[in-house]
Design a protein around this ligand. Structure first.
Ligand SMILES: Nc1ncnc2c1ncn2[C@@H]1O[C@H](COP(=O)(O)OP(=O)(O)OP(=O)(O)O)[C@@H](O)[C@H]1O
Length: 732
């Protein structure tokens, strides 16, 4: 990537240019760097050696999109540059404060940011006295894409600049929306790393150059030569207005040069340090933190306390309609920064804010926090944990209060962020001894079988609605409400109007597995093999009234034996169960069918998914007419009984949702269909012949002959004399 070439660089101080604070490009003989080669002197030019670097492939792609974009919200580049300049000042203040930089270049220069313009030169200039960059940092930081969001976006093949810039921002590269030439002069603050200044320059096409430059002050100075359609940013009034908009909360003086004089334009407010703030101030601060010029906070929380730590903080929940997609949130950046007495300690406060709350925006300022916190230091780790505990608990309790205040508003919040709260239960168990479990559980909402579609209840509400004596919380993980309510697993619950929580998200099954229960109640899945359904509490009367034939013990024994013989290793146990009302059978196992299905899809493609070792039980209703009738034909019509048993089992698997591909049933289903049609045509299975004369119109030529011909071989023309060949399972 890095090659040395001979490129004449136009001297930065050429006549006619109004560029204050000129750095000097360094004459070749002063350059000691290997790989830099002399260029021939030309009139009007001074010869300097310059390295040319290619942008990384993805940066090129991004630049191409950005440079050609007709993005209308052009002023965002000012926000990005002010934000970078302020970050650079933050970094220096932090590294100096923590003694990580001992000897600072230009130590007397205060930390500040200054913007200036030159209409005649079509120039926009921003300079800061922050951390600056060394040669290698310059090449690395301005040659690659730092923002993971925009990188993901590119990898997904997106090419709509407005979407990328609007959603993720493109940081420094947004300069190419307005400029056809960008020059960056920079010098590191750390004397130990050197005192050499550099010039980075690019027109945003495929490459950039880097040269050594003399007399660059500490920090970074970015000069944009504006495109024809962006000359408004060379006007003082425009720049001043934009800069004011984006700099209210920056903790360093932001100046705009008027007639050569820097004039401060920001108040340097730390909103989180105030005891209260207006809605307007929150709106502005939220937008500042989000790096957006639109949107408003859905919830706002200011939290200040002196115990157990001295905390001043401010949190925002962004609109749930724009909640981050969990699919593209691989390693999300925490949206809350950590400060200590206004000084930023960490831009993304991981360690304090758990990943599952990454979507919140805000600031936590903790006086007790040392600037140079280290994860290796036990004392610091404990302090961070303590801070985290206090802050997260406060956020969760705040959300609980909001839910009580306005449940409709809360339910909308929950729809947007439910996945992250549920992931919180799992992550909190793994990394935090489930300390926040009870508080998060209070925030969960589900549909339930006793309330109309779309209405959500909390676990507390569920318990308050429970029948007297009910100890368990019943739930059912299923794809949707309709599937749930028509499932055989729900029959008893529906019949008894016993309320069941309906859980539609895949993560729910893992959540209930991560917790034992809620308060004193155990969570029991209606499709589990669990016996403890407490259904006797409200046994429906009609159960006893109905005069249904029930199998004798002998019939039950014969049937169990027959079924085990037919289904072999598919089932480990066949038993008779009271839990069914309208369906003849269902399957259960130690893991719920829904869990089995999810494990199967997780293990898809693996030779042994391990599920074969988890035995299934077939539970039969001893009163169901299919079962009682089946018992009577086990001996007399074994072929039909076999097909019926196989179909009974497969139907139970379909109801459980564990049958992956129904196509495997096709041959048997055709056989069942055939039998059904024969029956309709008057075929008597017991006698294996037609029961009555087939009406002429139906009997003639094709009518019965069409279907029986494959199995009976008869033409069907003689109707009553037709014989039905023995049915062998799967023989069609
Ligand atoms: N004024 C500056 N001073 C020092 N370094 C800078 C300056 N501007 C940019 N950089 C360096 O260039 C990098 C890339 O900047 P860019 O704006 O593209 O992304 P970013 O600022 O890292 O992203 P984010 O805005 O999400 O923090 C920065 O991380 C920083 O290291």
């Amino acid at each position: 990537m890095h090659r040395a070439v001979r490129v004449p660089v136009r001297c930065a101080g050429r006549a006619g240019r109004v560029l204050p604070c000129h750095p000097r490009l360094r004459p070749l003989r002063q350059l000691g760097q290997p790989g830099l080669v002399a260029a021939a002197a030309q009139p009007g030019w001074r010869s300097f050696s310059t390295e040319t670097h290619e942008f990384k492939a993805e940066t090129k792609k991004l630049l191409d999109i950005v440079a050609k974009s007709l993005y209308t919200d052009k002023e965002v580049f000012i926000r990005e540059l002010i934000s970078n300049a302020s970050d650079a000042c933050e970094k220096l203040r932090f590294l100096q404060g923590t003694q990580q930089i001992k000897d600072v270049n230009d130590a007397e220069v205060p930390l500040e940011v200054t913007l200036s313009v030159s209409e005649s030169d079509r120039k926009f200039v921003i300079e800061d006295s922050g951390i600056g960059m060394t040669h290698d940092e310059l090449v690395e930081h301005l040659g690659t894409i730092a923002k993971s969001g925009s990188l993901d976006f590119l990898q997904r093949g997106e090419s709509d600049a407005s979407k990328i810039i609007g959603q993720f921002g493109v940081g420094f590269y947004s300069t190419f929306v307005v400029a056809d030439k960008v020059e960056v002069y920079t010098k590191t603050a750390d004397k130990e790393k050197g005192e050499q200044g550099y010039l980075w320059t690019s027109d945003g096409s495929g490459s950039f150059t880097v040269s050594e430059v003399d007399d660059v002050p500490r920090g970074t100075r970015i000069e944009l030569t504006l495109k024809d359609d962006a000359t408004e940013f060379a006007k003082l009034a425009t720049v001043k207005k934009s800069a004011q908009k984006f700099s209210s909360f920056i903790d360093f003086p932001i100046n705009v040069k008027e007639d050569g004089d820097p004039k401060p334009i920001n108040k340097q407010e730390a909103l989180w340090m105030k005891s209260s703030a207006t809605e307007e101030q929150h709106l502005e601060f939220f937008r500042f933190l989000s790096g957006n010029s639109y949107g408003k906070p859905y919830y706002t929380l200011m939290y200040q306390t002196d115990a157990p730590l001295s905390i001043k903080s401010c949190f925002y929940v962004p609109d749930p309609d724009n909640a981050p997609s969990r699919v593209f949130t691989k390693d999300p950046e925490i949206g809350i920064s950590l400060h200590s007495r206004r000084v930023m300690v960490k831009k993304h406060a991981d360690g304090v804010i758990p990943k599952w709350l990454h979507w919140m925006k805000g600031v936590v300022d903790c006086e007790d926090m040392p600037m140079n916190i280290s994860r290796e230091n036990m004392q610091d780790t404990r302090l961070m944990e303590k801070l985290s505990m206090a802050v997260v608990r406060r956020i969760l309790r705040f959300l609980q209060q909001e839910a009580k205040k306005d449940s409709e508003k809360y339910n909308k919040f929950f729809k947007g962020y439910s996945y992250f709260l549920k992931a919180g239960i799992i992550e909190d168990k793994e990394g935090n001894f489930s300390r926040h479990k009870d508080d998060i559980l209070k925030l969960l909402r589900f549909e339930c079988s006793n309330k109309p579609k779309g209405e959500l209840v909390s676990l507390e509400e569920y318990m308050s609605m429970a029948k007297e004596g009910q100890q368990n919380i019943y739930y059912f993980c299923c794809p949707d409400r309709q599937t749930a309510l028509s499932s055989p697993y729900m029959e008893q619950f529906v019949q008894r109007q016993r309320n069941v929580l309906l859980m539609y998200e895949d993560i729910d099954e893992f959540v209930v597995n991560a917790i034992e229960g809620f308060k004193d109640s155990k969570l029991v899945s209606v499709d589990s093999a669990d016996k403890n359904f407490e259904l006797d509490l409200d046994k429906p009367e009609e159960d006893d009234k109905e005069d249904k034939r029930e199998l004798t013990q002998q019939e039950k024994d014969e049937m169990q034996k027959f079924i085990r013989d037919v289904l072999k290793e598919k089932v480990q146990e066949v038993k008779f169960s009271e839990r069914l009302v309208n369906s003849p059978a269902l399957v259960t196992s130690v893991i719920t069918p829904h869990m089995r299905k999810m494990m199967k899809s997780l293990m898809a493609g693996k030779e042994n998914d391990g599920l074969g070792n988890i035995p299934m039980t077939l539970e039969l209703s001893p009163k169901h007419h299919i079962v009682t009738t089946l018992a009577t034909i086990l001996a007399s019509n074994e072929p039909v009984a076999r097909i019926a048993v196989e179909q009974l089992y497969d139907n139970a698997c379909i109801a459980a949702g564990t049958l992956d591909d129904p196509r495997v049933l096709m041959s048997r289903l055709n056989k069942v269909l055939e039998m059904f049609v024969y029956q309709g045509a008057g075929f008597d299975y017991a006698k294996n012949e037609y029961r009555h004369e087939i009406p002429k119109a139906e009997a003639k030529e094709e009518a019965p002959s069409e279907s029986p011909k494959d199995t009976s071989g008869s033409s069907g023309s003689s109707g009553s004399s037709g014989k039905f060949e023995e049915i062998k399972p799967g023989s069609s």
